[in-house]
Ligand binder design. Structure first.
Ligand code: GUN
Ligand code: ZN
Length: 429
């Protein structure tokens, strides 16, 4: 039987990429008081007239309706270490993160953690994500199973690390390759799932393991690749010691054949112009993670330089280095990072990066990221405010950009009224 729902509210999405600094942008598509008609999980139409009575209605008049957010870099097992005090990247990994990730060798821990994590994403208005589980095959399987059960679009893969990690968190090249191949066969292209060859970061893989990862990518160009790059200055120094033959940190990945149009590299704070040119040529993207960069004291990402060089930039929470799964909090932090560099990030640029821009960079714009007929109905409904301060600010806001910018800056997951995944309401009050 056909499943239908008509969602009524104020629709906002993008038809193109907004230009830097433009608060009035032709790329913004604002359709207040419209109906989004969803049939069998897909957007069937968008219209101003109310549909016939054969359409069950979800009434959200006066609320904001957006494409579900896409978080392009987040760690599912790290909810257990979010908000951990007092260290920078390398110490934070050893002190908090690696011990927490070791627990995911256990299938029951991995299954419980995956369910908690994905439900938390949905409760924050994030309907698609690029995710690191742990080194354990069982944890990758648990994450994919939980995403399939929720009908979610997820890109993930078993973490590769065969050195500089504690017992219980290392694989080896042969076993890792066998695990990757098994996981790819089982999950890549199944339901709404895709596999990412997942190199944790250069220091935790031997050159042999990086080469194996590169071979997997070249055998199947539909695979994604995810990793971290140039996040922290001590990390960058360590990579130079470990790979003296490479021109730069990014060059370690380039030499291993890991840079391509489906590569998602978190952070990229300490890159130079030559690196940015390499990113552009590869068509790879930077998953900018402002909350994490501030919390771990990693540095200030130069979004404009990346964009000027033609490198794509998307937005990511990087929980547990980041302190919130909320893409609203992430956008607000991104604004502040740019402000420290004397730049101003518009609400349009930020929102685009978290929706249509991420979908395009992941080659998923035929499926998600906009409110276009034919797209899968991953849609979130938002209140404009969650308390008296936000409500007051909304009352006095003039113009759409002012209102959306204040919402992005003051709002969080308490504003979420409903989240639909594949046309099914998965979260709501
Ligand atoms: N670099 C290597 N692993 C990690 C991680 O788990 N989080 C962050 N932020 N950076 C990393
Ligand atoms: Zn990360």
């Amino acid at each position: 039987m056909t499943q239908r729902v008509a969602i009524h509210g104020d629709l906002l999405d993008f038809t193109a990429e907004p230009a830097w600094g433009e608060t009035e942008s032709a790329a913004v598509r604002w359709r207040p008081d419209h109906w989004l008609l969803v049939e069998d999980g897909r957007i069937a139409a968008v219209q101003s007239e109310a549909p016939g009575l054969d359409w069950p209605r979800d009434e959200h008049a006066g609320r904001l309706i957006l494409p579900g957010f896409i978080d392009t870099h987040v760690h599912s097992p790290q909810l257990d270490v979010i908000g951990s005090y007092g260290s920078a990247l390398l110490d934070w990994l050893d002190t908090y993160t690696f011990p927490a990730e070791r627990r995911y060798a256990d299938a029951a821990v991995a299954a419980e953690g995956a369910a908690l994590f994905l439900d938390a994403l949905l409760a924050h208005g994030t309907t698609a994500a690029v995710v690191f589980p742990t080194v354990h095959k069982v944890a990758a399987n648990a994450l994919f199973e939980a995403a399939a059960a929720r009908g979610m679009r997820l890109v993930a893969g078993k973490v590769l690390m065969d050195r500089h990690a504690p017992d219980g968190l290392r694989d080896d090249v042969l076993q890792a390759e066998a695990d990757c191949r098994e996981l790819i066969a089982r999950w890549h292209g199944h339901d709404r799932l895709a596999y990412a060859v997942t190199v944790r970061f250069a220091p935790t893989s031997t050159p042999e393991q990086l080469a194996m990862a590169g071979r997997l990518c070249s055998e199947d160009p539909t695979l994604y690749m995810q990793t971290h790059v140039a996040e922290n200055r001590d990390e960058v120094r360590w990579v130079h010691e470990l790979f003296p033959e490479a021109r730069s940190y990014l060059d370690v990945y380039a030499r291993a054949g890991l840079l391509h149009a489906r590569s998602v590299l978190a952070h990229g704070i300490w890159l130079d112009d030559a690196d940015r040119a390499v990113l552009r040529e590869a068509g790879a993207q930077i998953a900018h993670s402002p909350s994490s960069n501030l919390f771990l004291g990693s540095g200030l990402f130069d979004w404009r330089a990346a964009e000027a060089a033609g490198a794509a930039v998307t937005l990511a929470s990087d929980v547990g280095g980041g302190t919130s799964l909320s893409m609203l909090r992430t956008m607000a932090d991104a604004y502040k990072v740019q402000a420290l560099a004397g730049q101003r990030l518009t609400a349009w640029k930020a929102l685009h990066a978290a929706t249509r821009g991420a979908a395009r960079s992941l080659a998923l714009d035929h499926e998600i990221g906009s409110l276009e007929p034919g797209r899968i109905a991953d849609v979130c409904v938002w209140d404009w405010a969650a308390g008296a301060v936000g409500a007051r600010r909304m009352e006095v806001a003039r113009g759409l950009h002012e209102k959306v910018f204040a919402w992005m800056t003051l709002g969080d997951e308490r504003c979420l009224a409903a989240a639909y995944v594949n046309g099914v309401r998965r979260h709501g009050r």
